[in-house]
Design a protein around this ligand. Structure first.
Ligand code: GTP
Ligand code: MG
Length: 192
C-alpha cells in the first residue's frame, strides 16, 4: 500500500473512547517492549508517528491511527511487563480483551514476537484467544536484524513448532532494516 497519510486519532481505555466503527481496522499485539510501536512506524514509513521507548510498558492505552483516510491501525499496550503498576496490570487484560472481543471493524490482529525468544504462556494464550474469537491473525517475528540469517531460519522453525504453525506463515521483520515490510503489507492487504 502506498501511504499518503497517517495520523493519530486518539487513545482509549474504554470502549466509549474508541473512534466510530466503520473503517477496517488492524490491531498490533505482543509482549511489552517487543517492538509493536516501532513496527507500526516502519509499516507506514513514519519515524515518529507512534511513540517508542527502550523502557518496557510505554504504551498503556489503546492508540488509534488513521491511515490514508481508509483504515485504522491500532497499537495495543504490551503484556507481561511486571514493573508497570498493579493498577495498569489489573486493567490491561480486560481493556485489551474487551477491545478484541467487541470491535466489529477489526479485520485481523498482528501478533508480534521477538525472533530471539520462544513464545511464553502469554503469547500462546493470546493466539489461542484470537482463534477462539475467530479473529484472523498474522504472526510476525521482529528484531530479525539481531540474528544472522541462518539463526533467523532456525528460530523461525522453533517458534513455529511451539505455536503449531507452518514456519512459512511466520513473517521475519525488522524495524531497523525494513526486512519483511513488503511481505507484511501483502498479508494485510489480503485481510483488508
Ligand atoms: P511497549 O509499548 O512498551 O509495549 O513496547 P513496544 O512493543 O511498542 O516496543 P517499541 O516499539 O517501543 O520498541 C522497544 C525497543 O525495541 C526500542 O528500543 C526499539 O528501538 C527497539 N526495537 C523495536 N523494533 C526493533 C527492531 O526491529 N530491531 C531492533 N534492533 N530494535 C528494535
Ligand atoms: Mg508501544
Amino acid at each position: 500500500m502506498n501511504i499518503k497519510s497517517a495520523a493519530f486519532v486518539g487513545s482509549a481505555v474504554k470502549s466509549s473512547q474508541y473512534p466510530a466503527e466503520g473503517l477496517p481496522e488492524i490491531a498490533f499485539a505482543g509482549r511489552s517492549n517487543v517492538g509493536k510501536s516501532s513496527l507500526v512506524n516502519t509499516l507506514v514509513g513514519r519515524k515518529n508517528l507512534v511513540k517508542t521507548s527502550s523502557t518496557p510498558g510505554r504504551t498503556q492505552t489503546i492508540n488509534f491511527f488513521l491511515i490514508n483516510d481508509t483504515l485504522h491501525f491500532v497499537d495495543l499496550p504490551g503484556y507481561g511487563y511486571a514493573k508497570v503498576s498493579a493498577e495498569v496490570r489489573k486493567n490491561w487484560g480486560p481493556m485489551v480483551e474487551r477491545y478484541l472481543k467487541t470491535r466489529e471493524s477489526l479485520c485481523a490482529a498482528v501478533v508480534i514476537l521477538d525472533i530471539r525468544r520462544t513464545p511464553n504462556q502469554a503469547d500462546l494464550d493470546l493466539v489461542a484467544w484470537l482463534i477462539h474469537y475467530n479473529i484472523p491473525q498474522i504472526l510476525v517475528l521482529t528484531k530479525a536484524d539481531k540474528l544472522k540469517r541462518n539463526k533467523q531460519a532456525r528460530q523461525r522453525a522453533l517458534i513455529a513448532q511451539d505455536m503449531g504453525k507452518q514456519a512459512s506463515s511466520l513473517i521475519a521483520f525488522s524495524a531497523s532494516t525494513g526486512l519483511g515490510k513488503r511481505e507484511l503489507w501483502k498479508a494485510l492487504d489480503a485481510v483488508l
